[in-house]
Structure formats: C-alpha cells, structure tokens
Design a protein. Structure first.
Length: 429
C-alpha cells in the first residue's frame, strides 16, 4: 500500500503543511479529511510563503487535491482562499480540485455562535479559532446541516432551512441576538452556489478509482491528535476526530487505504488556545522557543504557548493514531540550548502516570517528570543529510524514538521545502 496519511501528533502546528508539500511531489492525489479553515498550514518555497487553511497543500504543486466529506466547508472562505492562492500564481480549476458532495457547510451564524459562546465563557473559554467549526459539526451530527450537494437544489431547501433556523434562532435569542435573516441567507447561498458547484464531485469515487489504478494518495490531517474530540484534552479540543483513522471515514476510501501513518511531531511542544499543557515553560525558555520557532498562530496570529518535548503525549498519539513513523520537525529551533528536557511521566497528587489520564482536572494537575539531555552548540538549520547533524542532536532524536516507541522517518531543519532529511521513504512501505 503506497498511500501515506499525515497527522499531527501533538496540539497542531507541527509542520504538517511543509511535510505534505514535500511528499506531494510524489503523490497522485492529496486529500483533506477533517477539520475546516481552522487549520493553518504554511509552505515555504524559495522566497514564496503559502498559507493554506481549507485547501489541501498538494494544490500548490498542482497535484489533484480533494476535500473529503469529513471536512466542514465555509463556501465564502473557500472562494477567498482560491482567489488568494491564484493571486500567488497557483493554478486552481475543477480539474485539479474537488469538493465532496456531502461536506456540511459552515454558515455565517455558525461563526457568530462560536464567537458568542467564547465571549460568554470568560476564563473557561476554549480559545477556538472562532471560525464556526464546532457549531457546524454540531449541526452535522444533529442531522440539520445544509451540505454542499444542497447548493444544487436550492429550490427544495425551504423545510431544511426552517429546521436549521428554528434551532439557531432559539440559541441566538439566548444571547440576545436577532433571528437569522432567512431571505438574506438564501440569497447568499444562491450567490455562492455558482462558484462552488463546478468543483463538486463524488470524491469517494475519485479516490476509489485512484486506489484501483494503483495511484498514490496522500491524506493531509489538520490539527493534532491531542485536539481530537475523543482522544484529546477534552473539552479543550476541536470538534472533529483528528486521528489517522478518520482518513477513511472522512473521504470514503475505507480503512485499508490509510497506508503509512506519518505522525508530524515538533522537537518541542506548542499549544495555541486554552487547556492543560504539563511541560509548558511560561518563562525564559518558553520565550526563547517561541522566538526561535516564530510561534505565532497561522490563522489567528495568537502567540503559541511553548514547552519541552512531552514523550508521554506523543507515545499516546502514536498509539491512538497507529503511527508508523514520525517526522520530527523544527529541530533547528533547539540549536544552542545547553540542556534540553524531555517529559517522561507525570505526578498527580501522590500517584505517578506513564500516560495522561482522561479527566480534565487530573490533566490540569499533572506535574511533569523530566529527564535531561545535553544540547548542541552547532547549527542544524538547513541540514539535508543525517551526516550534517551534530552527534548530540542524533542522541536527542534516538532518545525520543526510544521513549515514544516509534522510529523517525523524516527530520525537518527549516521552513524551506527541501531542508528535509529522509530517513525512510514512507511511500516505499
Ligand atoms: P501545520 O499547521 O502543522 O502545517 O504547521 P504551521 O504551518 O501552522 O506551523 C509550522 C511553522 O513552522 C510554519 O511557520 C512553518 O513554516 C515552520 N516550519 C516547519 N518546519 C520547520 C522546521 O523544520 N524548522 C523551522 N524553523 N520552521 C519550520
Ligand atoms: P493546524 O491544522 C493548532 C485549536 C484552537 C482551539 C481548539 C478548538 O494548523 O495544526 P476550533 O476553532 O477548532 O473549534 O478550536 O483547537 N486549533 C488548532 N491549534 N493548530 C490547528 O490547526 C488548530 N485548529 C484548531 O486553537 O484551542
Ligand atoms: Mg497550523
């Protein structure tokens, strides 16, 4: 099976975009399978920087790119992102980009509700991207969503819109907000339908055909395993399953299609938004990691929280996502640290744990247990072969492999596409 599924093994922003772009040179199709435009994937190619939120990163190379049914799609954002990338010289047509017919739509009142809830939550807020992701998934599961295929049947949409607006108007009234303007909503949907419909295809069929023709499919996960709605640090998570298994349900290819599961893993840890973060360094060390790693959110511009590598969490992600190998990114950010720490367990009260317990209060109280390892003074930035790495950096990588129980497949040493060390070819497995 020559397919590769890329997922984040931490709290997102591990460098998935860079790795997907690098791998997409040898892929025939790149597929997004969950999340929406809450993602922010950065690609650096020479002096050009591309930031993608909804479109699969493969589109930058012109590889056939598909948005699977597991994605929630804001059609107006889609139009804007297509325009932005076209402005950067990326060719985007219905020949190289497809949208699944069954994607639920993110509508303007989903974004409103996301913001209203966050504003009302005070210190307990999740710190969402405020893009309506959670409310759109709620409507999907509540069986009242408007989906992409409905855009071709706007005349029949009346009863669906009634159900949806009745639900949302009650919620909006609770926040003192005016009811949804039904006529404006229908006018907006009618306007955007003409732009979206040419891209709409039975994506499950495209992928199954590609599979039967022996083509290589590259699945591009968004967010990270610790933000998974089931396996993450609930309730401080996103509203989709981010684990590798979702590549199957989120596209309609079936579980045997996932292939090599590549867990993208930062050489330290970051998190944007609220929630537990045992190895967080809210001090000079975190400051230095943030500055060296330019840790600011791609979507919201928020400063990312930074801390030491947490081997317990990545080991857990490797297990729940079934990771075959990891891509260790941003190793260069650790250049020049005299000492590095790795979290190897937690103490919660008088008990110790080699995994993160499920309850939010336990997670908040978890005290990290660290081991120390000497750093390196040489630079790894831009290294493209194993031989370019200092001995101490190799020792750090080997120790991570041991602690997480999973081999390193790729190492990334700068934002630039080609500053990547291939240890083992994931497509060759
Ligand atoms: P994603 O959401 O997982 O795609 O990651 P983001 O794009 O949100 O954040 C990763 C950031 O790190 C981006 O600005 C990348 O350009 C950058 N990046 C990726 N790999 C490396 C690396 O190996 N070294 C450094 N210094 N930066 C990297
Ligand atoms: P990529 O794909 C990092 C976080 C938000 C918030 C929580 C819920 O770039 O790695 P949501 O808007 O999804 O309801 O927010 O999830 N979050 C991300 N953090 N990277 C992402 O995507 C994220 N997408 C959502 O900050 O804590
Ligand atoms: Mg990101």
């Amino acid at each position: 099976m020559a397919n590769v599924t890329v997922i984040g093994a931490q709290w997102g922003d591990e460098g998935k975009g860079k790795i997907v772009d690098w791998l997409s040179e040898r892929a025939d199709v790149v597929a997004r399978f969950q999340g929406g435009h809450n993602a922010g994937h950065t690609l650096v190619v020479g002096d050009k920087v591309y930031k993608l939120s909804l479109l699969p990163s493969g589109i930058v190379r012109g590889t056939l790119s598909v948005i699977g049914n597991g994605v929630v799609l804001d059609p107006w954002h889609f139009r804007d992102e297509v325009a932005k990338l076209k402005g950067q010289g990326v060719e985007i047509t219905p020949d190289n980009l497809q949208i699944a017919e069954t994607c639920p739509l993110i509508l303007p009142f989903h974004r409103d509700l996301d913001g209203l809830r966050e504003d009302a939550s005070g210190a307990g807020k999740i710190g969402t991207t405020r893009r309506g992701i959670g409310p759109a998934y709620e409507d999907k599961v509540g069986r009242r969503a408007i989906r992409v295929c409905d855009l071709a049947h706007l005349d029949d949409l009346g009863p669906q819109i009634d159900r949806l607006t009745a639900h949302h108007d009650a919620l909006r009234a609770g926040f003192g907000e005016a009811p949804i303007d039904r006529a404006a909503l229908i006018a907006d949907l009618t306007d955007i339908a003409a732009f979206i419909l040419p891209f709409v295809k039975p994506v499950w069929l495209t992928l199954n055909k590609a599979k039967s023709e022996g083509k290589r499919i590259l699945f591009e996960g968004a967010q990270g395993t610790l933000l998974d709605i089931d396996h993450g640090t609930y309730p401080f998570v996103t509203s989709s399953n981010t684990v590798a298994g979702t590549a199957a349900s989120g596209t309609g290819l079936g579980p045997s299609g996932a292939g090599f599961v590549l867990g993208i893993t930062k050489a330290y840890t970051t998190r944007v938004g609220s929630g537990p973060f045992p190895s967080e360094q809210d001090n000079d060390i975190g400051q230095r990691l943030g500055e060296r790693g330019h840790e600011f959110g791609t979507v919201t511009g928020r400063k990312r929280r930074c801390g030491w590598f947490d081997a317990v969490l990545v080991r857990q992600s490797v297990a729940v996502s079934g990771v075959t190998g990891i891509a260790l990114t941003k190793l260069d950010v650790l250049d020049g640290f005299a000492e590095l720490k790795i979290c190897t367990g937690y103490r919660i009260g008088d008990r110790s744990f080699d995994y993160l317990p499920a309850h939010a209060q336990d997670q908040a109280r978890a005290e990290p247990i660290y081991e120390s390892i000497g750093g390196w003074s040489e630079t790894t930035a831009g290294a493209r072969s194993w031989a370019d790495l200092p001995a101490q950096a190799i020792k750090y990588i080997r120790r991570i492999e041991e602690l997480i129980g999973c081999p390193v497949t790729l190492v990334s040493t700068s934002p630039e596409r080609d500053d990547t060390i291939l240890v083992r070819d994931p497509f060759a497995d």
